[in-house]
Design a protein around this ligand. Structure first.
Ligand SMILES: [Zn+2]
Length: 526
């Protein structure tokens, strides 16, 4: 589980839509005894042993990238191989690798161009503009502008058609920024804007200081679809001539008490940004596949996912707030997310036992870079090794080894009929003494804070299994000895039966239509 982002998306309102009670009848494809035996391979002793390996001090906290992460990825692959899974990574391997680069903007070589009715103005990044955040596009493209100003919410922004446009956001820096400013910018990114220009009225001294500051080093993953577009603050005085030509009065827009939007198709904006690559590294996802038994349904996949990375070693290079305690500086990440990683391995073992192969195929995936920014799952969603449309559900597991012994929070139950399926499966397996409960912390936006989000926003229904944080969260004390392996074994057995239901059911899990509208990214028709 990663730390909350400063630019978290807005909370999604909890839906009150009633789901249909007409459940499809699941064919009894398998008999109960082999399934019970398969589930029985998920034992507290196995879990203890595996967490002891993954969260051992020798793994040095599994930072992304790091040798400990590589060792963990290889361990998972070795287990998958032993169970007889098929490699599901790239080029017939168990791994999908992505590259991570540290980049710095070349301000002297960068500009934002504005063109209208034959007038052309460059806002240079070492004088009139500053790069706030986002991704530098590979080459400059000129796109038409849309202006947004006045008073608006992230919900207003979601309604706008900004795809392929430059969005000019009229900011008023003479007042405190609205709380949701980052959520608004994120909404523009999710809407597919090509770039965002915030039109600034900062005083010259402040703006000059910000422009003169050394450009920050940004670390990011290469090759992502839906990367956050560039967000550049441009001082309004640099483009006064352009604004006059459009007839836009910024003072009127700032004074407006409501949302102001205007398409300005005559105004073309180009983001001519350059950045230098300072360093590159790479990191793995580990992927194994169990082929389904049904000749047709085997082309659809249930995914079990968890992140195998953690925050590394405490200190300047550590991330996520982990600090040394005495001589101990290794952030073991036994619960976060050694528990989920071991969970995926144990589920793979159970599914490969005789009589447990379901009709659909099952993908077992352990990703990396979650703590740094959901890197591995973003990369998989951008470069899937099987078509995303063939993924019927993602059951993501992050932190299931601590807190209450008899309940597990399932986040996202209200967004698809997977919630109902889970309740039904739990009802059939009361002997596990494990009750799935609803999201207890909607204000924390956990729906957006682990890898399932990258599946959900690409249209794959998800459930997220999570037992909440605790005082050892992101500390050196998140160690293997504190894991409640008995609890974990019961959660994983429940997840095994849930996966059997999902992977054998003749129909795919269905989104709640309202949730689909809010969560899934709309893409233009190809
Ligand atoms: Zn974490």
């Amino acid at each position: 589980m990663r730390f909350p982002l400063p630019m978290n998306l807005a909370a999604i309102g909890r839906s009150t839509v009633l789901l249909s009670l007409a459940l499809p009848v699941v064919l009894a494809a398998q008999s109960a005894a082999p399934l019970r035996n398969a589930a029985g391979t998920i034992t507290p002793a196995d879990i203890q042993n595996r967490i002891g390996i993954i969260a051992d001090d020798s793994m040095l906290g599994r930072d992304t990238p790091s040798p400990g992460l590589e060792k963990t990825a290889q361990y998972v692959a070795d287990q998958f191989k032993r169970f007889g899974l098929k490699p599901g990574g790239e080029n017939g391997t168990w791994f999908q690798r992505y590259s991570i680069s540290g980049r710095r903007l070349d301000a002297a070589g960068s500009h934002v161009g504005f063109m209208i009715h034959g007038k052309h103005v460059h806002a240079d990044l070492n004088r009139d503009a500053r790069f706030a955040f986002g991704t530098v596009p590979a080459k400059e493209v000129m796109v038409p502008a849309v202006l947004v100003g006045g008073v608006f919410t992230p919900d207003d922004i979601r309604q706008l058609d900004v795809r392929g446009k430059a969005v000019l956001v009229v900011m008023d820096y003479s007042k405190p920024l609205p709380q949701n400013a980052f959520a608004v910018l994120q909404g523009l990114a999710a809407g597919g804007a090509t770039g965002v220009v915030t039109l600034s009225n900062r005083d010259s001294a402040t703006f000059g200081r910000m422009v003169g500051a050394a450009p920050a080093v940004r670390v990011g993953v290469d090759g992502l679809k839906d990367a956050v577009p560039p967000v550049v603050e441009v001082h309004q005085r640099a483009i006064g001539e352009i604004l006059t030509e459009t007839g836009i009065r910024l003072d009127e827009i700032r004074a407006a008490g409501t949302l102001v939007t205007r398409a300005i198709p005559d105004l073309q904006v180009g983001f001519g940004l350059k950045d230098e690559i300072l360093n590159t590294a790479s990191a793995p996802n580990t992927i194994g596949i169990l082929e389904g038994s049904d000749p047709k349904l085997k082309n659809e996949y249930l995914v079990y996912s968890a992140h195998m990375d953690h925050v590394g070693v405490a200190g300047p290079n550590g991330t996520g707030g982990c600090s040394a305690r005495g001589a101990d500086s290794i952030c073991n990440g036994a619960d976060d997310d050694g528990s989920g990683t071991v969970g995926v391995i144990e589920l793979a073992e159970a599914f490969t036992r005789p009589g447990a192969r379901p009709r659909r195929s099952v993908i077992f995936m352990t990703v990396s870079g979650e703590e740094k920014g959901l890197y591995g799952s973003s990369y998989f969603a951008s470069n899937p090794t099987v078509p995303l449309g063939q993924l019927v559900a993602d059951l993501n597991i992050d932190m299931i080894g601590r807190n209450w012994p008899d309940t597990i929070v399932a986040i996202g139950k209200e967004h698809s009929d997977l919630g109902q399926t889970l309740n039904k499966v739990a009802g059939r397996h009361k002997n596990l003494n494990m009750v799935p409960i609803d999201d207890r912390w909607p204000e924390e936006n956990f729906y957006f804070r682990s890898d399932h989000y990258n599946f959900a926003r690409n249209g794959v229904p998800i459930l997220f299994f999570f037992n909440g944080v605790h005082p050892d969260y992101h500390q050196v004390s998140d160690s293997p000895d504190k894991i409640d392996t008995d609890k974990m074994s019961r959660i994983l057995q429940l997840l095994f039966y849930l996966g059997q239901d999902v992977a054998n059911n003749p129909s795919r899990p269905k989104w709640n239509p309202e949730s689909y509208e809010k969560i899934v990214i709309k893409r233009p028709a190809a």
